[in-house]
Design a protein around this ligand. Structure first.
Ligand code: MG
Length: 480
């Protein structure tokens, strides 16, 4: 196998033998279809701002700028206080901001870390759709912070308005219409998609799509992506054995909705479906129990690829034992940056080793000092010995003082090195999968729910269809 760059690899949390996988399913948005984040998310942002102003919020909000990099996935939104939080795997709030104001350590401690943390009190930013929404919330909170009294609402009420109007922007078709009018502006073609799908088909896998998008949108976007690119598969439907639109995940995995057949391609007329799902036909709604039954598949023979940790991955794995591949698009850029910051990580590790050395030296001095002090208390009659001990004690105390000063410098050096490295990855939130040197909450979820993860679904093309993906993650710290 060719040597892959870090950002091209598929990473393994739970061992998986691709040979025993019979079908590979895909979510559509942000999995098969990659969007130009800047153009696509700014659409939702600006459409929603318009609705805020139309509903009586200050016109100045029209000047807010969308920043595709401001929010990262895995952050938590505290709607009550208008704060955005980055939390580690142990539920410790490491970074928090109120609008654009970063909370000091003491403030964070008082609000969050001094008491038990209930994740249910917060919303998780876990989809790409949520990135623009969360930035807009932060911008409005920041506006309220800078102009107190103008918006006479609680942060929670502002968030409710935001939810309502962002949903409306999606439902009233304003976003979809723009995407379909200029797909080249909003959709990033992955030129390896055809090759990847054909490789899986040739490897004996049946492919399917389960998307929450409706038929008209799915058909338009998938046609743009795949039609006419391979003579054996002239239409996009030709690649897939089963196609389910408007699936309503995660309810697809928990509910009992029936399947409808999409009868007419143009207007998506529906008819209640009975009997097995037929290949190449288009189905609407449904649920996973029926899907398995009607397609005669077993959970652990299905590999499902998606970008949404709850909608696509957690439920399918926990309730149906589907094997899962999570697409973490952000990793592409982040792994590239991390690779270039390798020397920085070495410096941090060296600095931590040095800190450990200083700790040991300081402790040795403390023991010596303790020993001498105990002896001096015994009131020895040997005055010469006593004065020698006193001199030694003074010398050790001076050394200890120097050592403790060195240690303080070393703590600061390590903190500065970590901060510098984090800021080189993201100026506010640092690494997606880490907070300082520990795993982030997002990393823990990825570990728990995704058997495999990678930055693009087309990375499957690098691997054999009978690849054994082996996990090394079950190592304990003492194994390293
Ligand atoms: Mg998706």
């Amino acid at each position: 196998m060719q040597k892959l760059k870090k950002q091209q690899k598929i990473y393994v949390n739970r061992s998986l033998n691709l040979a025993s996988i019979k079908s590979v399913g895909f979510d559509m948005d942000h999995t098969l279809v990659l969007y130009n984040r800047e153009n696509f998310e700014s659409l939702a942002f600006h459409e929603t701002v318009k609705k805020f102003i139309a509903n009586g919020y200050p016109e100045e909000l029209g000047r807010l700028k969308f920043d595709p990099n401001f929010v990262i996935r895995g952050l938590l939104v505290d709607r009550e206080r208008g704060n955005l939080l980055k939390v580690d795997a142990h539920k410790y709030v490491k970074i928090a901001s109120h609008g654009h104001r970063r909370l000091e350590k003491e403030e964070r401690y008082e609000l969050y870390n001094a008491k038990s943390f209930k994740a249910d009190d917060f919303l998780t930013v876990d989809t790409f759709f949520a990135l623009s929404e969360t930035q807009l919330f932060t911008e409005i909170v920041d506006y309220m912070r800078r102009h107190p009294g103008i918006v006479q609402k609680s942060f929670r009420a502002v968030y409710q308005d935001l939810r309502e109007w962002i949903d409306l922007s999606h439902q009233d078709g304003s976003i979809k219409k723009s995407v379909l009018a200029e797909p080249e502006k909003y959709i990033d073609r992955d030129k390896h998609l055809v090759e990847t799908l054909v490789k899986l088909i040739d490897g004996g896998k049946k492919l399917f799509v389960i998307t929450n998008s409706d038929w008209t949108y799915t058909n338009s976007v998938m046609s743009y992506l795949l039609n006419g690119l391979h003579e054996d598969f002239p239409r996009w439907q030709d690649y897939f054995e089963y196609i389910v639109v408007s699936a309503g995940k995660p309810n697809f995995f928990t509910g009992t909705n029936p399947f409808y057949e999409v009868m007419t391609e143009k207007d998506g007329l529906l008819k209640l479906h009975r009997g097995p799902l037929e290949p190449k036909k288009i189905y609407h709604g449904g649920n996973a129990i029926l899907f398995e039954k009607l397609t005669q598949q077993k959970g652990d023979q299905i590999l499902y690829c998606g970008d949404h940790i709850y909608g696509d991955i957690q439920r399918s794995k926990e309730l149906f034992n589907w094997r899962t591949l999570l697409v973490v698009q952000e990793l592409e850029d982040e792994l590239f940056r991390l690779d270039r910051l390798h020397a920085e990580l070495e410096r941090i590790i060296d600095a931590i080793r040095k800190e450990e050395e200083y700790q040991e030296e300081a402790q040795a001095l403390r023991s010596e000092i303790g020993n001498l002090q105990r002896r001096l208390k015994m009131n020895s009659s040997d005055k010469q010995k006593e004065s020698k001990s006193l001199a030694k004690l003074k010398e050790h105390q001076e050394h200890l003082y120097t050592k403790e000063t060195q240690l303080e410098h070393q703590h600061k050096l390590i903190k500065d090195l970590i901060d510098k490295r984090e800021k080189a990855i993201h100026p506010i939130w640092g690494e997606l999968m880490r907070t300082s040197l520990e795993k982030s909450r997002f990393a823990k979820q990825v570990e728990s729910y995704a058997c495999l993860y990678t930055s693009r679904v087309t990375h499957l093309r690098y691997y054999s269809c009978s690849q054994k993906f082996r996990s090394y993650r079950d190592m304990m710290p003492h194994d390293m």
